[in-house]
Design a protein around this ligand. Structure first.
Ligand code: VGL
Ligand code: ZN
Length: 189
């Protein structure tokens, strides 16, 4: 059994200039690259999730949802951040692909849990966007699925629809059993 890296939704639309921009969202790119390079060098599995919505997705304001249209399949905004250095071995997991279902978590409507178990994963290092939605729900689902979870604080950023949402999300993750570990600690392990 071993540790696997999961990078959540580091996509153009969640970064400054995108459709649903997160303050300093692009600042996660460097630490995420460092994590991916480390896991690649160690021969450990790497997963990247991406929000991958159809144009008529239920989460969009025009369809009664709360978000501006974002991460629409095959549009530039849905692409991974251009500075993300994605190793060839990394596996992409698309979520939120069904028009009538919200899917914040990388486990929601995907076979991520199954793929992790097939790869003998017992522990997940999780980073990416956004702290208060897709990182939070992915962390909670991972714990529910029985994985140990470590979150890297330098490599996450929050939407903060309400001020403090990001901090509250981190507290929820901790209470659910997630560990927070600094980037340097993870890279040294
Ligand atoms: C996300 C809002 C809407 C996320 C996705 O990736 O955290 N947030 N869709
Ligand atoms: Zn979305």
């Amino acid at each position: 059994m071993g540790t696997t890296l999961a990078i959540v939704d580091v996509q153009v639309d969640f970064c400054p200039g995108g459709a649903l921009p997160v303050v300093d969202g692009d600042k996660v790119v460097e630490p995420c690259n460092a994590l991916m390079a480390h896991f690649e060098a160690e021969g450990r599995p790497i997963f990247l999730t991406r929000d991958w919505h159809p144009a008529n997705h239920i989460s969009f304001e025009e369809n009664g949802g709360v978000w501006p249209p974002h991460c629409v399949q095959d549009t530039p905004g849905a692409e991974y951040h251009p500075d993300l250095v994605i190793p060839a071995s990394a596996v992409s997991i698309s979520k939120g692909t069904e028009p009538d279902k919200e899917a914040y978590s990388g486990f929601s409507g995907t076979n991520l849990a199954q793929q992790l178990r097939q790869g003998d994963t017992d522990r997940l290092i999780i980073a990416g966007l956004t702290t208060d939605y897709c990182v939070l729900t992915t962390v909670l689902d991972a714990i529910e699925e029985g994985f140990k979870v470590v979150v890297v604080p330098e490599a996450i950023r929050a939407v903060n629809v309400k001020p403090g949402d990001g901090d509250r999300a981190i507290e929820k993750m901790r209470r659910a059993g997630a560990e927070l570990a600094k980037l340097a600690t993870v890279l040294a392990s």
